[in-house]
Design a protein around this ligand. Structure first.
Ligand SMILES: [Ca+2]
Ligand SMILES: [Ca+2]
Ligand SMILES: [Ca+2]
Length: 469
């Protein structure tokens, strides 16, 4: 898929290059589900349609053929089933007039929404050059986790993580250090699953037998022992850049194991879902929906999303709304184009749903980072995102900047809250995280809460909420 995808990416008017150079992307205003956003990058010839039933889909395909247009390749298994209809993928055959066929589909009354297979990318700061890991012939085997030390040993590189101090994480650790019971999906470029500072905190699928070639738990994925690679379509979601390993380490690198750093949470179960890959760290709407749906169906309580792009996607909205209905929190980076999301929304951060937290980035001085998107109406909180030190592949450590690095700090705080108060659902978690911020003057006009998150205050507030002082 890697080679085919890069060949088939459609860059209308060359617009896609501009946001990539800026290290962010351009958001677009909400559009009616039957108006296609033709500006956003998408996979050429691939579309998703929402309709009520498979019978409808068959009729739609037949009607296109009946008008003398070529046969559409349609996938009969819906990629998503929602209360408002089923999403199906249709593909226009190569060398055919996609525009003409899409016009016909848009005129079809049994289609309630249609959109292209948008392209999303990691939210990388323009000031960091990508550092792709050296090419490998294949992703490595899973290593066996070594046993943890009997007594806690300080993490030697902890002092380099100013972000933890900023958000009062060390003070919060007297109340909560996280827990393996909290399952958090890291939806990104994958994770170095053999990293000595992450291996203890990886989620493993309790119902799957590894390496037997069977789908033991019948969830549709063979040998999905630690998550899934929706980019490479296999069971080894290894990080082919540095982005996903870095976000995972900020959420929950193992704390007090005598190795490297610590995440905001010392302990969690990181579900490794990869849909972004290659030199640009890009992936499709199909992969994003697959990842989010996998997370919901397989027990994630929190999702961390340091990626964006595309236009307004009704299908992406629908699957995040499904997460909301299941009480799953969806934390998203606000974007790195230094623009207002109130004016130009950034997706998925700008979806107005009760479980979405949109996160801006601050620097060592608590100023809004120069690349960070903002929005008094649409960006909820800020968190450290400039020069963040964390885990990178091949067992290493390094610094990156971006709202991509800010969002995982919020995810880590959500893990701390959820491990102490498992009954709190996404709406209450969001409310507590938003109300417990430290007010910062310079953020008051730029961010909805006017503040940067504070882990200790969030835990105190949750205790008060539960009457457990
Ligand atoms: Ca399985
Ligand atoms: Ca298996
Ligand atoms: Ca450590």
């Amino acid at each position: 898929m890697r080679a085919t995808l890069s060949r088939r990416i459609f860059w209308p008017l060359g617009l896609a290059a501009v946001p990539l150079l800026l290290g962010g992307w351009i958001g677009f205003p909400d559009v009616h589900p039957l108006e296609l956003d033709r500006q956003a990058p998408a996979v050429f010839g691939e579309y998703f349609v929402r309709t009520e039933s498979q019978e409808n889909l068959e009729r739609i395909i037949a009607s296109v053929e009946g008008q003398g247009l070529p046969t559409l390749l349609a996938y009969r298994k819906p990629i998503l089933v929602t209360p408002r209809g089923r999403w199906y993928k249709v593909v226009v055959p190569p060398n055919e007039d996609a525009e003409r066929i899409v016009q016909r589909l848009m005129e079809n009354e049994s289609i309630s929404a249609i959109e292209p297979n948008y392209i999303y990318t990691v939210i990388r700061s323009a000031f960091d050059s990508p550092k792709p890991a050296p090419p490998r012939s294949s992703d490595p085997d899973y290593a066996v986790a070594p046993s943890l030390p009997d007594t806690p040993i300080a993490d030697p590189l902890l002092e380099r993580l100013y972000g933890l101090k900023k958000i009062s994480a060390p003070a919060a650790w007297t109340r909560s250090v996280g827990s393996k019971r909290v399952v958090v999906a890291n939806i990104d470029t994958g994770i170095d699953y053999n990293h000595p500072d992450l291996i203890q905190n990886l989620w493993s699928n309790p119902k799957e037998v590894c390496g037997d070639g069977l789908d033991n738990d019948q969830n549709g994925f063979i040998d999905d022992c630690i998550g899934w690679d929706f980019y490479g379509k296999d069971s080894r979601p290894y990080d082919d850049s540095d982005h996903g390993t870095h976000t995972a380490g900020t959420i929950a690198a193992t704390g007090f194991n005598g190795v490297g750093v610590s995440g905001v949470a010392h302990s969690a179960s990181l579900m490794n879902l990869k849909f972004l890959g290659g030199p640009a760290g890009s992936g499709t709407l199909e992969g994003a929906i697959g990842s989010i749906k996998y997370a919901i169906d397989n027990g994630a309580q929190i999702m961390s999303n340091s990626w964006g792009g595309g236009g307004f996607s009704q299908a992406l909205f629908d699957v995040i709304q499904e997460a909301e209905s299941k009480g799953v929190l969806f934390i998203a980076a606000a974007g790195n184009s230094a623009t207002s999301n109130d004016v130009r929304p950034t997706f998925p951060a700008s979806y107005r749903l009760g479980n979405v937290i949109s996160v801006a980035a601050t620097d060592q001085m608590d100023r809004l980072a120069r690349f960070s998107c903002y929005g008094k109406m649409t960006v909820h909180v800020a968190a450290p995102g400039q020069n963040i030190f964390s885990t990178i592949p091949n067992g290493g450590y390094g610094s990156l900047s971006g709202t991509s690095m800010a969002a995982p700090h919020v995810t880590g705080v959500a893990v701390l809250l959820k491990s102490s108060f498992p009954e709190l659902d996404s709406v209450v978690l969001k409310d507590i995280i938003l109300r417990s911020v430290d007010s910062i003057d310079s953020l008051s006009t730029r961010i909805q809460t006017g503040g940067r998150i504070n882990a200790e205050k969030a835990l105190r507030m949750a205790e008060e909420y539960q009457g457990k002082r």
